[in-house]
Design a protein around this ligand. Structure first.
Ligand SMILES: [Zn+2]
Length: 430
């Protein structure tokens, strides 16, 4: 199943910069990278020439992948109504192990086909999501959502926290599954739960993944209750660290950004979701200027409605340039790092970089397609002219999962049938 790959004299983006060169793999790892030349004992080339681009598998840094089932069920609603009137009731009715496996795997296929090889998820029945991820061949950073009331998985917060610790133990050395602590948000997860999860995050050195400062409404309610804003309070509680993944951060000021930078927090910026739900626009250009590590993510399909993270990165760049009235903010190369090296920094070395000895998570892109050629600036070509149809192939841990728009690892027709059965039931209930 594992292949030895040899990319000979191709265009390489390694998560930091673009260069011409060659790369070989040895099973699940990258063996050698040579700049400006060939690798003499490389063997038969997998692909060759300047029109071949290889890059690290991208990371979708914040999603709820089974929500693929709920694409388009709650449009044109503010977050509070979106969540409380539509999503929570649907989730209460439809979330099951089977739903997480089927709708989850459907979403994973969409990610793989668009060059994503890892995602950070926050949902329920995450072990079923993990099993689906292993089967299709994508890396999953799983976080069982912790909320103050019994969740759709049938567990209360204390049970979910104990389960999170079990997951951390169980998947400690797994090359596909990376457990995280996943309190939902400051407003749905009490401080006592946050503190216990922070201890687990520290003990196992795993991320703590949470929604932060997504809407003004939620922030105002939090401030009324606690007398200060989320980041300030969280810092007093000692919750902020370089393992802290903060999804959204639409409503943060300069002082908070400096604090986030000091503590090494990584932001999961989800511009489509924030725009569609009318939550606002996160000041990410300013965050970057102040030294915050920013990654881009799609959020769940119910608020996006797709999982193509490079499209999201493109939107992030354009929106920031537009609101700043300044085209020089967020250059293409910096934005490409937001879906590769930057999320990798929060998750660890295996993610978002092509490095010798690192995981062979590789995306091969055709640069000579009608949509992309001619290529005068490879970073701009990738960020602004890419579409998933340009993905030639994807390997994760050296295992090939995609070739020319096709998933190689699971029977997609059978999966679609299962998805149809489920989405019919959702439609009938609306
Ligand atoms: Zn979310």
């Amino acid at each position: 199943m594992d292949q030895r790959l040899y990319f000979k004299n191709v265009t390489i983006f390694d998560g930091a910069e673009f260069f011409r060169g060659s790369l070989t793999t040895d099973g699940a790892r990258i063996a050698r990278i040579v700049r400006g030349g060939e690798i003499p004992d490389g063997g038969t080339p997998t692909a060759t020439g300047e029109a071949v681009l290889i890059m690290p598998g991208m990371v979708n840094f914040h999603t709820h992948v089974p929500m693929t089932l709920f694409k388009g069920v709650a449009e044109d609603l503010p977050l509070k109504d979106w969540l409380e009137k539509r999503i929570f009731p649907l989730e209460a009715k439809f979330i099951s192990r089977e739903m997480c496996r089927i709708a989850g795997q459907w979403g994973m296929a969409e990610m793989l086909l668009s060059g994503v090889t890892a995602f950070a998820d926050m949902y329920f029945f995450e072990e079923d999501i993990a099993a689906a991820a292993k089967e299709i061949g994508i890396k999953a950073a799983i976080g069982e959502g912790v909320i103050n009331f019994p969740a759709p998985n049938g567990m209360g917060p204390d049970e979910t926290i104990a389960y999170t610790a079990q997951l951390a133990e169980r998947y400690k050395d797994d090359p596909w599954v990376f457990p995280c602590c996943a309190p939902h948000s400051p407003y749905l997860t009490d401080e006592k739960y946050l503190l216990t999860l922070a201890e687990i995050s520290k003990k196992y050195r795993i991320p703590l993944h949470i929604h932060m400062a997504e809407t003004r409404h939620e922030q105002e309610a939090y401030r009324k209750q606690h007398g200060e804003r989320e980041f300030e309070r969280f810092d007093e509680l000692g919750l902020l660290s370089d393992r802290f993944i903060a999804a959204h951060c639409v409503w943060v000021d300069g002082k908070e950004m400096d604090l986030m930078a000091r503590r090494g927090v990584t932001v999961a910026h989800c511009p489509s979701s924030n725009l569609k739900l009318g939550s606002g626009i996160a000041p990410v250009a300013e965050m970057v200027r102040r030294g915050v590590n920013v990654a881009v993510a799609t959020d769940g399909s119910a608020s996006n409605n797709n999982l193509d993270v490079l499209k999201e990165a493109q939107l992030a760049a354009k929106v920031q340039k537009g609101i700043a009235h300044d085209p020089t903010v967020l250059p293409a190369l910096d934005v490409l790092k937001m879906v590769t090296a930057s999320p990798g920094r929060a998750l660890g070395r295996s993610f978002g970089r092509l490095v010798e000895g690192g995981a062979a998570d590789i995306v091969q892109v055709h640069l000579d397609t009608v949509g992309i050629a001619p290529v005068h600036d490879p970073a701009a070509a990738l960020l602004y002219a890419f579409s998933p149809s340009a993905v030639a192939a994807v390997w994760v841990n050296g295992r090939q999962t995609v070739t020319e728009g096709k998933i190689l690892t699971v029977d997609m027709a059978a999966l679609k049938k299962e998805l149809d059965r489920m989405s019919d039931a959702v439609r009938r209930s609306l």
